[in-house]
Design a protein around this ligand. Structure first.
Ligand SMILES: [Zn+2]
Length: 319
């Protein structure tokens, strides 16, 4: 699919996704795959977002791409056997960057995979249409389906963990952008003279507020961060949210990820204060910054939502 088609096809909204699930019937199942730098998580998910089967493995640290794929392949094969002929699609959330439509992936957190043909490999194993997309975009879809953004057509969902990522839903549509990379809030500048970022920029949110950055700045893992560090991280996230909310008229920002959720209330209070402080326009000043609702299930629910999008009628059909 070329990018221009994305704007003309009916992009899937939380509402149409629910309609589609009813069409698909409760008998159909999707395979949900979440691939991170530390673990690979696989579930068989029903039309209500329920997990019927789930297992995970550590992501191998091997420099060989096939070594990294092997345990994932085993998990997927087990899940496919469990689901049987009820399996209709496979959705995969993975770190970026990736080629358009996730044909090949080169996740920064898995150095062994550079231009790895993940979609084709999983499609072969699962035998069903397969969609690979950015994990933060998946999370945004999942929160809109059965999480904290249900019924909300305009929101940002973001992850603050080892890195920082995000996905945007506007007018009920998951934003793609020209190359499928819309939503990279981790590279919005929050400190103009701040730290150099891995992307080549400077002062990006990710360079100041990710788990890796916090450890580099303080000398301690993020989970040991002091109260001022927790608050500063919240302030910087709030600063990025303020810019995005003003630009896009978004009333809701859902924030997940181990750093944000681990920092808890001081983080969210600082983020909300910063939004109020930075936003002069009333619509943006009222933007709420709240934790994601799906918690640790969110990435897999999001991957499942991607999977449902591959079905006929979904905006990523014909895979
Ligand atoms: Zn950057």
């Amino acid at each position: 699919m070329v990018a221009s088609n994305a704007t003309t096809e009916a992009l899937t909204t939380a509402t149409t996704l629910l309609d589609k699930l009813e069409d698909a019937g409760q008998q159909s199942l999707v395979l949900a795959v979440d691939i991170g730098g530390t673990k690979m998580d696989v579930a068989v998910v029903d039309g209500s977002g329920g997990f019927l089967w789930r297992d995970r493995r550590e992501t191998p640290g091997s420099p060989d791409g096939e070594d990294v794929f092997a345990p994932l392949g085993q998990l997927v094969a087990e899940a496919v056997r469990f689901a049987g002929d009820r399996l209709v699609a496979c959705g995969v959330g993975c770190g970026g960057p990736m080629a358009q439509d996730g044909v090949t992936v080169s996740p920064l957190n898995i150095p062994a995979w550079r231009d790895f043909p993940l979609r084709e490999r999983l499609k072969e194993l699962s035998g069903v249409p397969t969609l690979v997309d950015n994990d933060a975009k998946a999370l945004a879809l999942g929160e809109g389906w059965i999480g904290g953004a249900r019924g909300c057509g305009n929101y940002l969902a973001m992850v603050v963990s080892t890195g920082v990522g995000g996905g945007l839903v506007m007018d009920g549509k998951l934003l793609e952008g020209a190359s499928g990379n819309a939503g990279h809030i981790g590279h919005v500048v929050v400190e103009p003279e701040g730290r150099a970022c891995a992307c080549g920029g400077r002062g990006c949110l990710e360079a100041e507020a990710s788990g890796l950055s916090i450890e580099a700045i303080t000398g301690f893992p993020a989970k040991e961060a002091s109260l001022p560090v927790r608050q500063r991280t919240g302030t910087l996230v709030g600063r990025a949210v303020a810019s995005v909310a003003s630009l896009l008229d978004l009333p809701l920002a859902l924030v997940g990820g181990s750093v944000a959720l681990g920092f808890g209330e001081p983080f969210f209070a600082a983020a909300q204060d910063e939004v109020s402080y930075r936003c002069g326009l009333s619509f943006a000043r009222e933007t709420r910054v709240v934790p994601v609702m799906l918690g640790e299930r969110g990435p897999l629910v999001g991957a499942a939502a991607l999977g449902w999008n591959v079905l006929p009628g979904g905006h990523r059909a014909k895979r």
